[in-house]
Design a protein around this ligand. Structure first.
Ligand SMILES: [Zn+2]
Length: 424
């Protein structure tokens, strides 16, 4: 009896720790004319610091998304109407989807092999990487690299996959999960890994394995990602303590990289969701990636860091909208090849271009660093789709998004191969 009561209390305590979003709605603002867009932009500019915008619009007929608590809803809805901004409620209760995921995933944690059609825990993904590497066959060579630990001591594991791998062979870097709550990003990296290892008999897969070694880090920010599973589904940053007075944690690792660090679009406030960190590379996870990629910079022909959401294939620069890079024509042309290949699978449209011009300026991004500091010409920051669910995209989309993005990535690799004359 006591045991049962105690067990019940411990389960309740674990559940109670998690931040809840009962009755929180996701509003989608979709401007259809320039006038609509102007009204929406004005509203966003005025309210961005106090409201939780998940996505901003890049132009007419692109959407902005806004999370609103039940307490805020009536006032915000009224203010939107008064400002002439049209919106729909696309999610009535964010907690419903969060509960559904947590409940299902609690039965899967600790099991191997991981479920490729679901979201998995960091430790399970690492074990799976090791097991996959050990089982590579058919001329495919796999190696794992433990590139160091995160702030909370989690092992960051990279897998290299290729045919006739060597330190001189052209290579492609892919990482995912730098922002903790963007769950479709690591699941897409895992889709790539599974295809490269277990579908190498396919001629198109074999070709990109012969041409390139693939280095994939499925979880760039494991502390933040685990926190989204255990405490707060919508957490974005790392988990480094940043402000003891206000009890704030985490820097935004994608504002923490050392090219033009500390410029526009990165907050100096430790409690902000876009906090740039104490200094460039203050975050252990960003240091690990820097220290692994830098000595191999000459080998890497592309650097792809996956986010969600918005259906953008971003090119540098992030830090400034005043100029485009010297290599912009090539970067954009390869980006368009990617967008066409993605479109051909499920008919989904991506927009290609610099994040600073299409969306907003943000300094300290890892793709600015890989291009600006290391000279990896084809540095990209894709924003995967959300299917109208924001960060809580359901597991049903893992495979379709993985498949189309993988087609895009293969097309990118082949276009770089041809364009840069790597075969000659
Ligand atoms: Zn992101």
């Amino acid at each position: 009896m006591w045991k049962i009561a105690f067990l019940f209390l411990s389960v309740a305590a674990v559940l109670a720790e998690r931040k809840r979003y009962d009755g929180h709605k996701l509003l989608r603002i979709t401007p259809t004319t320039q006038e609509d867009l102007d009204a929406a932009t004005k509203f966003i500019d005025q309210r961005q610091s106090e409201l939780d915008f998940w996505k901003l619009p890049r132009g007419v007929s692109d959407n902005a998304d806004l999370r609103v608590s039940p307490e805020e809803y009536d006032t915000v809805a009224e203010q939107l109407r008064a400002a002439g901004v049209n919106f729909n409620v696309i999610q009535e209760n964010l907690q419903d989807r969060i509960d559904e995921d947590y409940e299902r995933l609690s039965n899967k944690a600790g099991k191997q092999p991981i479920d490729l059609e679901d979201f998995n825990r960091h430790g399970d993904i690492n074990t799976w990487l090791t097991n996959q590497a050990a089982s590579c066959t058919g001329g495919v060579q796999c190696t794992t690299y433990d590139i160091g630990n995160s702030y909370e001591g989690r092992t960051m594991r990279v897998i290299r996959i290729g045919i006739n791998s060597s330190d001189q062979k052209p290579a492609i870097w892919v990482d995912a999960g730098i922002h903790a709550r963007e769950w479709i990003s690591p699941s897409t990296a895992i889709y790539f890994i599974n295809q490269l290892i277990n579908n190498a008999a396919d001629a198109t897969v074999r070709q990109v394995l012969e041409r390139f070694d693939w280095f994939i880090l499925p979880l760039h920010n494991p502390d933040g990602y685990e926190y989204t599973h255990t405490n707060e589904r919508l957490w974005r940053k790392t988990r480094t303590p940043t402000d003891p007075v206000w009890d704030c944690y985490g820097a935004d690792p994608n504002r923490n990289f050392g090219y033009q660090w500390g410029g526009d679009g990165a907050s100096p406030e430790p409690c902000s969701d876009t906090y740039r960190g104490d200094s460039a590379f203050s975050e252990p996870c960003a240091q690990r990636v820097r220290d692994f990629v830098t000595p191999r910079a000459n080998q890497f022909r592309a650097f792809v860091t996956m986010h969600s959401y918005g259906q953008w294939w971003f090119t540098p620069w992030g830090y400034t909208a005043n100029e485009v890079p010297r290599d912009y024509d090539d970067q954009a042309a390869v980006g368009e090849v990617v967008a066409d290949a993605i479109f051909a699978v499920n008919g989904r449209s991506y927009t290609v271009g610099p994040s600073s011009i299409l969306l907003y300026v943000a300094s300290g991004g890892s793709d600015d660093w890989s291009y600006g500091s290391l000279g990896i010409k084809y540095s990209y920051c894709p924003e995967l789709p959300d299917e109208g669910f924001g960060f809580e995209i359901p597991r049903e989309y893992i495979t379709p998004v993985g498949r189309e993005t993988f087609e895009g990535i293969k097309a990118m690799a082949n276009e770089i191969w041809t364009r840069e004359g790597l075969g000659s």
